[in-house]
Ligand binder design. Structure first.
Ligand SMILES: [Zn+2]
Length: 302
């Protein structure tokens, strides 16, 4: 905005000048006041040029900063880099960036080892999914499918809209100590920004049409999404049986924000060994270790 202001002022200052060949078209027809007809001195021209160059430099710097802020975590400053092993691995996340402190200090973290759930009659999750425009992104941490608005779940009177789903290998959540080959996380958000994640466990077996549709559109490069002309129905990712476990947890990646409602479907879906291998070639291990339950309640469908 600063640049605009500076440039907008210039025509006034040089309105009467005969020196500048690029005199503005909006030059007033009316004779300017006599004192303004004095040609600009070299020093004044130099000052104007300097002003304009500085404005252009500021505009470029601002545009570059805005672009850097938009780019995905891996492309940003080093303090925003995290991974699944080594120096920037899960045990270090809380120390890499102060905004990620919850990764260390939180007591409602995910994933967890799901066991000793309280068996009750859980209200079914109402899935309202449909064929939707989508794109597939390799964001440097996983393969993520962004879906167009209009897919919702409703639970306990609250409606959440599906934002995206993505994959982990092996499954982040365990059930009675057992991890599955993979998991899909379907991330939903309500109008107040509250998150609800539906986790669908994936085990080796027969080929899965939904996963194949995603793999068919795997991007060749990170951070460059593939935008297919076809649609994708997220309902393809759901198991036939809709029993589930539920508990409060967090995002499983930095900043590990808590207050996330987790819904883990009890029945896994299947993917073929070839389909599992394709993801393994991109991400052999992208699962955060299980976190302390810390007295949390787990409920499960009867
Ligand atoms: Zn996830």
């Amino acid at each position: 905005m600063l640049a605009t202001t500076v440039l907008a002022k210039e025509p006034e200052r040089r309105a009467g000048s005969r020196v500048l060949v690029s005199a503005p078209k909006e030059e007033p027809k009316k004779e300017p006041p006599k004192e303004a007809r004095r040609p600009l001195t070299d020093a004044e021209v130099a000052a104007l040029v300097k002003l304009r160059l500085e404005a252009m430099r500021r505009a470029r710097a601002k545009a570059a900063a805005a672009k850097a802020a938009e780019s995905p975590p891996a492309g940003r400053h080093a303090s925003n880099h995290w991974s699944y092993e080594g120096e920037a691995g899960p045990l270090r996340w809380g120390k890499i960036n102060p905004a990620w402190a919850k990764c260390d200090s939180g007591n409602r973290q995910a994933p967890i080892d799901i066991r000793d759930g309280i068996r009750v009659d859980l209200e079914p999750v109402a899935f309202d999914y449909q064929a939707s425009a989508f794109n597939v992104l390799n964001n440097g941490h996983t393969v993520q499918v962004n879906v167009a608005p209009g897919n919702r779940i409703t639970l306990t009177g609250r409606s959440y809209e599906l934002q995206q789903f993505h994959f982990h290998r092996p499954s982040e959540e365990k059930v009675n100590g057992r991890a599955f080959d993979m998991v899909a996380h379907l991330v939903h958000k309500d109008d107040e920004g509250r998150l609800a994640v539906v986790a669908v466990l994936i085990e080796g077996g027969t080929q899965h049409a939904g996963i194949q549709a995603v793999w068919n559109n795997l991007p060749l490069e990170k951070h460059e999404p593939v935008v297919p002309v076809t649609t994708f129905d997220p309902a393809l990712m759901l198991p036939a049986r809709r029993d589930y476990y539920t508990f409060m947890g967090s995002m499983t990646t930095p900043p590990c924000t808590e207050g996330v409602l987790w819904i883990v479907m009890k029945e896994p879906i299947q993917a073929s060994p070839q389909q599992l291998d394709i993801f393994a070639r991109l991400y052999p291990m992208n699962a955060r270790p299980v976190q302390a339950l810390a007295g949390r309640l787990i409920k499960e469908s009867n």
